[in-house]
Design a protein around this ligand. Structure first.
Ligand code: ZN
Length: 367
């Protein structure tokens, strides 16, 4: 009797096992197709035929460009170590994370604060909270496009001309896209990060791929961080510990949310910025504002050409431009789209692109 029961139970499970196996097969096929979709990189091209001049360098043929002792290694897209398993998972959760990040950044700010904070290009604090719906179709359609064969204008590097690309408020769903573009152009940048749960791989990716990870406070909530000096350094310590746990590195480079000249913080503690500017230095940190603003925080997804134009407006005024951009998810998708054009423009003006170091020139708004 017992045997009979077992037998019938076993034969009952056979179709279930087959169905599960079939479903697993389907799942793996769809995962592969997702991966292929993401890997499918084509470029609409930021450089037209008319842009190609006598100085042009065929990136693919001249993979290493050497000038004044500096080497520019331009890689083709197929060489990029893009898209690991984590990315596939992220496509499912990306939208939620994006919305969550926006909420965390804007929590605790009154509408008056949102209007008043204009120094950080508004930074995150002035980004619209919910005026525009996030369209999931856009998310799915977005592909970072980098060509295998690509001509860029090449200008010899001008000694002492270093551009610092800085990305605030990340990591985000687009951090790895930004890293891919930077790798492609052999450019290094700085990421002023805050706490984002479930983005842990991205902190490590920033460090592993040779960029500078730096401190932008833990919560980015003005009412918390600017309440007192103690509160601010508590925030710095929290993000420091978080970064250290994920990456094994520490940073002593800070960007104040809203910049050192923000006028929002006074609502929470009069004179706090004057105190903090002195005390961060006294404690062995350095802080960086910016002198070139892409203005990507002004609106959701400003036109990439407009972002490029904003960078062009001020870049060449400085030997060491510090360019403010945001790595803040879906609302900053066009920042990623504009990045190849921005980098090519920066190269065309003879700059190298490096990550900020503790002894790098620091742009301060009150200088
Ligand atoms: Zn910020």
């Amino acid at each position: 009797m017992a045997n009979k029961k077992q037998d019938s139970g076993f034969s009952f499970y056979i179709p279930i096992v087959l169905i599960v196996a079939f479903m697993l097969g389907c799942l793996s096929v769809s995962l592969v197709s997702v991966r292929e979709n993401v890997m499918q990189i084509t470029f609409s091209g930021s450089v037209s035929a008319s842009d190609v001049s006598k100085n042009q360098v065929n990136v693919r043929k001249s993979r290493v460009v050497e000038d004044s002792g500096l080497k520019y290694r331009m890689v083709s897209a197929s060489d990029l170590h893009i898209r690991k398993e984590a990315e596939i998972k992220k496509t499912d959760t990306a939208l939620n994370e994006s919305e969550e990040a926006m909420t965390s950044l804007t929590d605790g700010l009154s509408s008056a604060d949102l209007e008043e904070d204009t120094h950080d290009g508004g930074d995150s604090s002035s980004e619209p909270v919910s005026s525009e719906p996030v369209v999931s179709e856009e998310q799915e359609e977005f592909h970072l496009e980098l060509p295998n064969d690509h001509y860029i204008n090449f200008t010899p590097h001008k000694e002492g001309y270093v551009a610092y690309l800085t990305f605030d408020d990340g990591p985000s769903i687009y951090t790895k896209d930004i890293l891919d573009v930077l790798d492609y152009y052999n450019a290094k940048a700085t990421f002023f990060v805050i706490y984002h749960k479930e983005m842990e791989d991205d902190y490590k990716a920033i460090v592993d791929r040779g960029h500078t990870i730096a401190l932008h406070t833990y919560t980015h909530k003005y009412d918390k961080i600017y309440r007192s000096e103690t509160a601010f350094f508590n925030e710095i310590e929290r993000i420091q510990n978080y970064i250290y746990r994920l990456t094994g590195t520490r940073s002593r480079i800070i960007r104040f949310p809203g910049g050192s000249s923000n006028t929002v913080s006074r609502h929470y503690c009069e004179g706090i910025m004057d105190k903090l500017k002195k005390s961060v230095i006294a404690r062995g940190y350095t802080y960086h504002d910016w002198n070139v603003d892409s203005c990507d925080a002004e609106h959701y997804n400003l036109d990439p050409d407009k972002l490029l134009e904003n960078v062009k407006k001020d870049l060449t005024k400085y030997r060491k431009p510090d360019i403010l951009m945001h790595d803040a998810g879906e609302s900053k998708r066009t920042t990623v789209e504009a990045l190849p054009m921005i980098i090519e423009y920066i190269y065309s003006q003879g700059y190298s692109m490096e990550g900020l170091q503790l002894d790098s020139y620091a742009v301060h708004h009150d200088w």
